[in-house]
Unconditional design. Structure first.
Length: 468
């Protein structure tokens, strides 16, 4: 025994098929740790002589292999200079990347290169990277293949070229008719006092029946849902009924302006005669046009799931399940054709196996939204804390880290997938401020979500590195 060290001190660091207990060494550094541990931990009268012996020993031993599990690139969404959450706020939250778009450009128009470069410079001034363009929206003309679709497709392709030229390599989009996502309540109070977003089919049926008055809506609901909708609406005063209708119309995302019930009906009418089969044909035509351009520009497309993942307003939904995405990916087989894996959008369906979807579709995941939902009865749900709810978030994150480990092993460049905490609760000081213009995008709740997800991914990555 040297200097009081126990006899098995060196044995603890001999090769055992697992890496030494550290999280920041590279694959062949394990025996460097042996040398460093002996150098720091043993009392050596002739230290230099011992170092020579250790180096000689490590040069004769086989390299110590270690699996690498990179972390996802932690990011925030930003709605541009008008966002009440500033870039300085985002940086202080610990994010290094930003998902953003040129929201001032109308749908269907090409993004000017100078505007793209200016946005990139705005982020760089705060040492933030533009990791994903979210979204480059697909216009209703493209989705319905109606008047103007060819010009919009040409503009879309030109935007992809310009983004690639500017070094923006991930582009998010979606193919949901009319609406990008839907909730019925923006102010649901949780038991701990936080405020979340929620969806209640009964309330949405009341909106369809009494506010929108969509023809044929009754066929999309059960008799019980239709009766509950009448009871819910009838329990409100006329002023409350009017406020309810205005709230639903005003919160429908994707419009970026208030629409009347008549205007919404007009948009829905655009899809008359378009069922799931036809909408898939339209999606196929879109992908055939844009994927080759994206691949040439060095851009990876990330298609967002339907939210919620079931039909509303009588409109078809074609990106709600794993089978749907397998179909989409097979339409155009290209590294540029991929998906945005959004746990909050896929989570309301109990038949969506989210960790399994990551394992089976992982190579085509180009962006990640992590949000939890708590499923309730009859398709209702509310947005829960990021690590609590119906989504098994630890299992999802573990599967993502495994996928990123495979990317390292196969030499891919995009090893760290851009991720952002999707939505956050209104809490603490944000409860005393005006509600955010974009529901779900207050700062503090998302900062909490990012911190929780950071701890989860770093803890899992450390454990997986030690015990691959």
């Amino acid at each position: 025994m040297i200097g009081g060290s126990p006899p098995n001190r060196i044995d603890r660091y001999r090769p055992t098929g697992r890496s030494a207990p550290t999280a920041d060494i590279r694959p062949a550094d394990g025996y460097g740790l042996l040398a460093a541990g002996l150098f720091r931990g043993l009392w050596l009268p002739r230290r230099s002589t011992m170092i020579v012996a250790i180096v000689s020993l490590t040069q004769r031993l086989p390299p110590m292999q270690k699996k690498i599990f990179p972390w996802m690139q932690e990011s925030f969404r930003w709605y541009g200079p008008q966002d009440t959450v500033t870039l300085a706020d985002i940086r202080q939250c610990g994010a290094t990347g930003v998902f953003t778009a040129l929201h001032h450009i109308p749908y269907g128009e090409a993004w000017p290169l100078e505007d793209i470069l200016q946005r990139k410079q705005e982020l760089a001034a705060y040492e933030l990277a533009w990791v994903a363009a979210e979204p480059v929206p697909v216009s209703e003309a493209i989705k319905s293949r109606s008047a103007g679709s060819e010009r919009h497709l040409e503009n879309y392709c030109e935007t992809l070229r310009r983004l690639g030229q500017a070094g923006i390599h991930v582009v998010l989009n979606c193919f949901m008719p009319v609406l990008e996502w839907v909730r019925t309540d923006l102010t649901r109070r949780l038991p701990d006092g936080k405020i979340c977003l929620s969806f209640d089919p009964c309330q949405f049926a009341a909106f369809e029946r009494f506010i929108l008055q969509r023809p044929g809506a009754k066929a999309d609901y059960s008799e019980m849902e239709w009766k509950q909708a009448a009871d819910f609406f009838g329990a409100m005063s006329p002023a409350e009924q009017q406020a309810f209708g205005e709230r639903i119309l005003g919160m429908l995302p994707g419009f970026h302006q208030a629409f009347s019930a008549a205007q919404l009906r007009e948009r829905i009418e655009l899809y008359a005669g378009i069922d799931e089969t036809q909408l898939r044909r339209n999606l196929h035509a879109f992908l055939e046009a844009v994927v080759p351009v994206a691949e040439q520009a060095g851009v990876r497309l990330a298609m967002h799931p339907d939210d919620p993942p079931f039909s509303l307003l009588g409109l078809p939904r074609i990106l709600s399940t794993e089978s749907d995405f397998q179909t989409m990916l097979a339409m155009v087989d290209s590294p540029a054709n991929g998906l945005c894996f959004c746990t909050g959008s896929l989570g309301p369906r109990a038949d969506n196996d989210l960790p399994g979807m990551v394992r089976r579709l992982g190579s085509k995941i180009h962006a990640i939204h992590l949000r939890n939902v708590q499923r309730e009865a009859d398709r209702a749900f509310f947005e829960a804390d990021h690590l609590r709810g119906s989504v098994d978030m630890p299992a999802v994150v573990e599967a993502i880290l495994e996928e990123q480990g495979r990317r390292v092993a196969t030499g891919r460049e995009d090893v760290s997938i851009p991720m952002r905490p999707d939505h956050g609760h209104l809490m603490l000081d944000d409860l005393r401020k005006p509600p955010p213009k974009n529901p779900g995008y207050a700062c503090i709740g998302r900062m909490r979500g990012l911190a929780e997800l950071r701890g989860l991914q770093q803890g899992l990555a450390h454990a997986m590195t030690l015990h691959p």
